[in-house]
Design a protein around this ligand. Structure first.
Ligand code: PLP
Length: 227
């Protein structure tokens, strides 16, 4: 496996007119491969597993912005709280409270995205629309309770399917939610500005639907053994 330089340049060019940023997903990738992307100027990298992230954070350059994109267990938050740039997969009130607590301990404000369940699949993590509503309501009505958190936007994953219309409709649903919340949060001066959707297989649909952050692994580094 290696870093695919041409694919990297091609994707960056495609994202440009949409003002979408690229998170290079590096789970199970070697330090050498990651450094090739780094040397081309890539600074945003995404990881799914805490242990792997900690090892990479230790050995790789300190100006990398690490994104946690996997399912985060509350008991692991403390390990990444000192340095994490953005947590994409917040899917419970408990997790939000724990991130808040650890952020305050570190004297940090940690940026988070709420993960919304938009796919037809049972197994994917994420909040229902009702749960997102509740969390955002809490955030709006009790801003001081969660002042270690910056609520930066939403994240979602479309169904893994050949049915492009379904993928597009799921992304559009998330886009609508995002714009509704962006409007309702504008009053409390909270920079709610990130819509994280799109992976190797579906990022073109995602940016067409309004995504401004895509998370791409396989297209940049080749296919993975396990995912
Ligand atoms: C692995 C992963 C990605 C990247 O997937 P690719 O298909 O390799 O681009 C994006 N988002 C999440 C949440 C992931 O777990």
């Amino acid at each position: 496996m290696a870093f695919l330089r041409n694919a990297y340049h091609k994707i960056q060019k495609e994202l440009e007119p949409f003002n979408a940023s690229l998170v290079a997903v590096t789970k199970m990738r070697s330090t050498q491969d990651i450094m090739q992307a780094y040397d081309l100027g890539q600074r945003d990298f995404g990881e799914n597993y805490v242990q792997e992230l900690l090892e990479k954070h230790d050995t790789l350059p300190k100006d990398i912005r690490w994104h946690f994109i996997g399912h985060l267990q509350t008991n692991k938050v403390k390990h990444i709280a000192p340095f994490i740039h953005l947590i994409h997969g917040v899917d419970s009130h408990n997790l939000l409270l724990e991130i808040n607590k650890q952020a305050k301990k570190m004297d940090r404000v940690i940026s988070c995205l709420l993960q919304v369940h938009i796919s037809k699949e049972e197994t994917k993590f994420g909040l229902s629309e009702t749960e997102v509503n509740l969390l955002i309501h809490r955030f709006v009505t009790q801003p001081n309770e969660l002042n270690g958190i910056q609520l930066s936007g939403l994240m979602g994953m479309a169904s893994f399917t050949e049915d492009n219309d379904l993928i597009i409709s799921e992304f559009n649903k998330l886009k609508d939610l995002y714009h509704n919340y962006k409007a309702s949060l504008s009053g409390i001066n909270n920079p709610f500005a990130i819509l994280s959707m799109g992976m190797s297989a579906d990022y073109r649909f995602a940016i067409e639907a309004g995504s401004n952050m895509v998370r791409i692994g396989s297209l940049l580094f080749g296919s993975r053994e396990r995912a």
